[in-house]
Ligand binder design. Structure first.
Ligand code: SF4
Ligand code: SF4
Length: 508
């Protein structure tokens, strides 16, 4: 059979309206759109929009000095059908035209229940006084890493001395870290913004699987260096250029498969950092080819500890999947100091739609199940739990900690703070906001100093909000809230879900 390139029959998702009377023909929108959806027509002296290219990144709308542009959902619709929805029909058309896997980006937009929104937080009234965070000290500090089973002291010589050797721990000033996003998937300026903000806020950013640019070795005290299946950019020097090391086994947006950075995003600088040729697709394999058992994982954990002289906690990151409690128990027994669990709503720079929208489980259930299992086995102190994949606001942070997390990680929320409109087109490399792109004219749009300020402001705002809630709970430290599920109640949840969450229904 001869194959030919088929013309697209998929109707545009959005409709771009330029108000001709408001427009002053400054042509700003034509350069601002990373997707080439708006152009200037000399012949008609007006702005012409190509709806088929619009992704609703809203850059033109935001930058137009005359507010002359409106973007709406394309009113051209299909005959309603609850089974063959518009989206399903469009996807079939696209696959009939391309014959390929449908790629997408960011977290799933499917209307799965968001359990954070079904959990309510307690507050003190009458008998147990609340605390005023404006007048009383309120501790958000927490430590990531293995804690000892017991502490032994030496009282000889009239002074108290700690005899127990403590494992390396990382002190977080706020229980929120920036999750793994690789250089290549996102720009140099985004990495720099994250590093500056992590340093300012006393927290961490994560390199993701793409290595660490040489310029950023100076921020080592606030960086998690990741070692993924592709081993991009992994050297002994790199492992020692971070405060923590993370083995990435899985990612919430695409559990069970490897990473894919399209060749167009592998610029000269990205290629140097990843140690791969310019313009080649960076495909990390689905499994680590040296890990086929918990014993193999243990070997890698200890190889990384050896390479970093046992001075840094080692984390193992997995996607939240069906048997997550047993998996995490194995990870802790293999010697990990931190288990990082990424829920199925986690974001990505690029993933097959089928994986992102159908594989994995919600982080809320995974967290509760893992915390229960580690407690039941008496090994909860041996590793910290960090969770992500759907943390959108400070209330989610409080609820995650009450369910058992030591800290949370944010990815999409951090990018939104930098200007991302969640248009879900990161995989194209055309991000108009200069975030998920390597094109110099686009990356220049994000000033890392301003980016860092926006991220710092976000974390600072969340800190104040978390302190408010802790005060209302009558608790003066975030560590006292950890695993305190009695302070949560469920609403609109079935009995089994409440049982897994270990939370009583509202009213009880
Ligand atoms: S940015 Fe606004 S005013 Fe300028 S050309 Fe585009 S639509 Fe017209
Ligand atoms: S990072 Fe850019 S391309 Fe990706 S969703 Fe946000 S605005 Fe869109």
């Amino acid at each position: 059979m001869t194959t030919v390139a088929l013309p697209s029959t998929v109707p545009p998702e959005f409709s771009v309206e330029v108000n001709d009377r408001k427009c002053v023909r400054c042509k700003k929108c034509t350069t601002e759109c990373g997707f080439g959806a708006v152009t200037y027509s000399k012949e008609f002296d007006c702005i012409i929009a190509d709806d088929s290219k619009c992704v609703a990144c809203l850059r033109c709308v935001t930058m137009c000095p005359k507010r002359a542009i409106r973007i709406e959902h394309n009113p051209l619709t299909f005959k309603p059908n609850a089974s063959f929805t518009d989206e399903i029909r469009k996807n079939i058309y696209k696959q009939a035209e391309s014959g390929g896997i449908l790629l997408t980006a960011m977290g799933t937009d499917k209307p799965y229940p968001i359990l954070w929104d079904h959990l309510l937080i307690d507050a003190c009234q009458v008998t147990n006084p609340s605390i005023d965070p404006l007048r009383e000290p309120m501790e958000l500090r927490t430590y990531l890493g293995k804690k000892p089973d017991k502490l032994e002291f030496d009282f000889s010589g009239g002074s108290l001395k700690l005899k127990t050797d403590l494992a390396p721990n990382f002190r977080l000033d706020i229980p929120v870290i920036f999750g793994a996003m690789s250089y290549g998937a996102i720009s140099y300026n985004v990495h720099k913004s994250l590093m500056l903000a992590a340093k300012e806020c006393g927290t961490l950013m994560n390199t993701g699987e793409g290595g660490l640019h040489r310029d950023f070795y100076q921020y080592k005290d606030n960086v998690i260096v990741q070692c993924a299946s592709g081993r991009f950019g992994v050297t002994e020097e790199y492992l020692n250029a971070g405060a923590l090391v993370e083995i990435k086994i899985g990612q919430g947006a695409k559990p069970g498969i490897g990473g894919h950075l399209p060749g167009e995003k592998v610029s000269e600088d990205v290629s140097k950092t990843r140690m791969i040729p310019v313009g080649t697709d960076a495909l990390s394999p689905a499994p680590h080819h040296d890990i086929y058992s918990i014993e193999d994982l243990s070997q890698l954990i200890y190889a990384l500890k050896e390479a970093t002289e046992y001075k840094k906690p080692v984390s193992v990151k997995v996607a939240a999947v069906h048997n997550i409690a047993a998996i995490c128990s194995g990870i802790v027994r293999a010697g990990a100091d931190i288990v990082t669990i990424d829920g199925f709503r986690g974001g990505t720079g690029s993933a097959p739609r089928i994986m992102r929208d159908n594989v994995g489980i919600p982080i809320e259930l995974a967290l509760a199940a893992v915390d229960d299992r580690l407690r039941a086995e008496g090994i909860r102190n041996q590793a910290s739990i960090v969770v992500g994949g759907g943390i959108r606001q400070s209330a989610d942070v409080v609820k995650a900690i009450a369910l058992g997390a030591d800290a949370v990680m944010i990815g999409t929320a951090a990018l939104v703070a930098l200007g991302c409109r969640v248009c879900q087109k990161c995989n194209t490399g055309n991000c108009s906001w200069g975030i998920a792109t390597q094109k110099p004219h686009l990356t220049a749009r994000l000033d890392p100093e301003i980016g860092a300020q926006r991220l710092t402001n976000l974390l600072s705002a969340w800190s104040h909000e978390i302190q408010e809630v802790l005060g209302a709970l009558g608790i003066n430290s975030v560590e006292s809230l950890r695993g305190n599920r009695e302070r949560l109640r469920g609403i609109g949840l079935d009995e089994k879900t409440l049982e897994i969450l270990g939370v009583k229904p509202a009213g009880r």
